[in-house]
Write a protein that binds this ligand. Structure first.
Ligand SMILES: NC(=O)c1ccc[n+]([C@@H]2O[C@H](COP(=O)([O-])OP(=O)(O)OC[C@H]3O[C@@H](n4cnc5c(N)ncnc54)[C@H](O)[C@@H]3O)[C@@H](O)[C@H]2O)c1
Length: 329
């Protein structure tokens, strides 16, 4: 299929592009490079454009003969969304609407959407199933939930079919280490830990050491970015074969505390990783772990890299080869 990948120059998007290429699809990447890197796009066409530019988005769908869309382009910093909610409503909600309208106008029938564990808010049940109440506690989560709801109305009115993938914590790199995580600012634990191992940061700040967890630090569910990417390929295939619209969690089903991640990184890298306890960040739930039973049962998805050390090892390969990320080494 010819697939438009919005945000395809970003961390997860570039791995999705790679998985599409490996599965024999033809990806076309649309990215405004606000956060992404053109060098991360390992194949297919690259178009620099903004998802909120309706004329251009529609033109691309038409001109490129797009048959399906994978929509990853978004602003995705929870803390920033608390300070600048409008930015999130514009990129994520208005950007989502622009895309939906363009798809309707051009008759593109299938959409795979990057959603997030942040739609759940404070979890009442662990592991979190998809039918857990969705009560986001920040504008970022709200913006993603809103797009999910818009997709449902577009299905009802216009017959769009969609799969929304609620990712937990993406981590790791494709096994050859050609592409990897390069965010600025970097807020994700594993890259921060590995940058500290490389000496690019002095220490890892441990945000909160008094959570009601066995070692007092937050527990998260890390999913390898290639496993995540693979799920998009499966979702496309399912939609093309007539599967109904659906929402799926994507995680490993196993949680690791921040301290466990740091210990695992020390074992993988063999380096010192200094740590400094810091106050909790507001809005960080103590534990976020997914139940991914639904996507395993319905789409046959299986993680190939479920072990934390293996996830960190692949990320480490990327950081060793590109200590300062794209362009900067
Ligand atoms: N990284 C995670 O653990 C995680 C977890 C849950 C959900 N997500 C979601 O997955 C998606 C990808 O995340 P990521 O970590 O790869 O982030 P990323 O910032 O690396 O990628 C997002 C890409 O979208 C592009 N973009 C942003 N605004 C755009 C616009 N207006 N027009 C066109 N392109 C635009 C950026 O340049 C970037 O390349 C996002 O939608 C994010 O909300 C990520």
């Amino acid at each position: 299929m010819r697939v438009l990948v919005t945000g395809g120059a970003g961390y997860i998007g570039s791995h999705v592009v790679l998985a599409l290429l490996e599965a024999g699809h033809e990806p076309v990447t649309l990215d405004n490079l606000s956060k992404g890197h053109e060098e991360a796009v390992l194949g297919g066409k690259f178009i620099q454009a903004d998802i909120t530019d309706s004329g251009t988005v529609q033109q691309i769908l038409d001109r490129e003969g797009i048959e399906a869309v994978i929509h990853l382009a978004a602003d995705s910093l929870v803390g920033e969304s608390m300070i600048h909610p409008g930015k999130y409503f514009r990129t994520n909600i208005y950007g989502g609407l622009t895309l939906l309208e363009a798809m309707r106008a051009c008759g593109v029938p299938y959409l795979v959407f990057s959603s997030t564990a942040a739609v759940y808010g404070e979890p009442k049940e662990i592991p979190i199933p998809e039918d857990h109440p969705a009560v986001p506690t920040n504008p970022y989560g709200f913006s993603k939930l809103t797009v999910e709801q818009m997709m449902a109305w577009y299905e009802r009115a216009h017959g769009l079919r969609y799969i929304s993938l609620r990712y937990f914590n993406a981590a790791g790199s494709e096994p050859e280490g050609r592409i990897g995580e390069d965010h600025n600012p970097e807020t994700h634990l594993i890259p921060v830990v590995l940058q500290t191992a490389l000496g690019l940061r002095r220490e890892v700040e441990l945000f909160g050491t008094d959570y009601p967890t066995p070692d007092g630090t937050c527990i998260r569910d890390y999913i390898h970015v290639m496993d995540l990417a693979e799920a998009h390929v499966l979702a496309l295939k399912a939609l093309a074969e007539g599967a109904p619209s659906e929402i799926y969690n994507l995680g490993n089903g196993q949680g690791y505390s921040n301290r466990e991640v740091i210990e695992a990184a020390r074992r993988v890298t063999g380096r010192e990783i200094p740590v400094r306890p810091a106050p909790r960040r507001s809005g960080d739930p103590a534990v976020l772990v997914a139940s991914s039973a639904r996507i395993q049962q319905e789409l046959g998805w299986r993680p190939r890299y479920p072990e934390l050390e293996r996830i960190i090892e692949t990320a480490w390969r990327w950081f060793l080869a590109h200590p300062r990320g794209f362009r900067k080494d």
